[in-house]
Design a protein around this ligand. Structure first.
Ligand code: OGA
Ligand code: MN
Length: 294
């Protein structure tokens, strides 16, 4: 069932009917979802709106699958997009393109792309891994390949976990996925972590996606939902080990949050422009996991 639905939503000809895709940006089809009361935690910083203004739901069809509609401010959107492209792509983090040695030691991916100005080259970046590095071949986390995890990202996840009353969370590993308009991520479960009770946080920016979330069996029928820029998905409890995937990237709605003018920061517009150019045709997903028990 998962594969059939994945193929259905991935198809270009004929294109899928998007009517049945849950869209939390519109109210008409969310009545079946369970609204979550957020812990009235203190406010975070200028990157997040106050938690009392957030809308969070647990899917009726997929218990444990939590969705928070974009809790980021326009500044927060720009902050995380910039962090992903300019900072999280730096050593000692790992990139899928490392094997090609395009960059000489000390050279940075983002600066190199800016200098080269070749979109085809920029599009070769598909993922960066942070913190505890996952070996894609052996599917294990390697103790010998552990670097510091970005403190701001760990702090964001701790705050989200606290608001959702999920207990303490220690961010130890992350994958930053870079999608282009034709990219997909096929159905899988994330089970390499020793600790499979801790939630998994997934934050998306830029272009929109259809996200499929199924059950523990690939035969279970998945639910399709839209993820727009800033949306947060948290896989908890029975949804932690559910099959999921991204069959399609779609253009973001035109009122997307990263273009909202930021009044006090007009003089930063020039700095932001190259990042805006990137997300105008890409999607970024930050996927954060706790690996160990404590
Ligand atoms: C992953 C993942 C989902 C997404 O990186 O394991 O499931 O929304 N990403 O990109
Ligand atoms: Mn996953």
């Amino acid at each position: 069932m998962f594969k059939r639905d994945f193929k259905y939503y991935k198809s270009k000809k004929p294109p899928p009917d998007l009517e049945k895709v849950l869209d939390f940006n519109f109210d008409y089809n969310i009545s079946l979802q369970n609204k979550i009361n957020l812990q009235s935690a203190s406010e975070f910083d200028g990157t997040l709106t106050p938690p009392k203004e957030w809308d969070a739901f647990e899917l009726g069809s997929n218990p444990g699958l939590i969705f928070i509609r974009n809790p980021f401010t326009p500044i927060g959107q720009r902050y995380w997009i910039t962090r992903c492209l300019k900072d999280f792509t730096r050593k000692p983090n790992k990139l899928n393109i490392d094997v090609h040695n395009y960059l000489v030691p000390g050279e940075h991916w983002w600066e190199y792309c800016e200098k080269l100005g070749d979109d085809k080259f920029t599009e070769k970046l598909r993922w960066a891994t942070l913190g505890y590095h996952h070996n894609w071949d052996t599917k294990v986390y390697d103790e010998r390949e552990r670097v510091d995890f970005p403190e701001d990202l760990a702090e964001l996840c701790r705050f989200l976990a606290n608001c959702l009353k999920l207990g303490s969370f220690s961010a130890e590993a992350a994958i930053v996925n870079f999608y282009h308009m034709d990219s997909t991520l096929s159905g899988h479960t994330d089970h390499s972590e020793k600790n499979l009770e801790a939630p998994l946080f997934s934050v998306s920016f830029g272009q929109s996606a259809i996200f499929l979330i199924g059950g523990h069996s690939i035969e279970d029928k998945p639910t399709a939902l839209f993820l727009h820029s800033g949306d947060v998905v948290v896989m908890t409890k029975e949804a932690r080990l559910s099959y999921h995937g991204v069959p399609k990237i779609l253009p973001a709605p035109s009122n997307n949050p990263w273009t909202t003018p930021i009044k006090s920061c007009n003089n930063l517009d020039g700095l932001w422009k190259p990042f805006e150019r990137y997300v105008n045709k890409s999607r970024i997903n930050i996927n954060v996991r706790q690996v160990n028990d404590v």
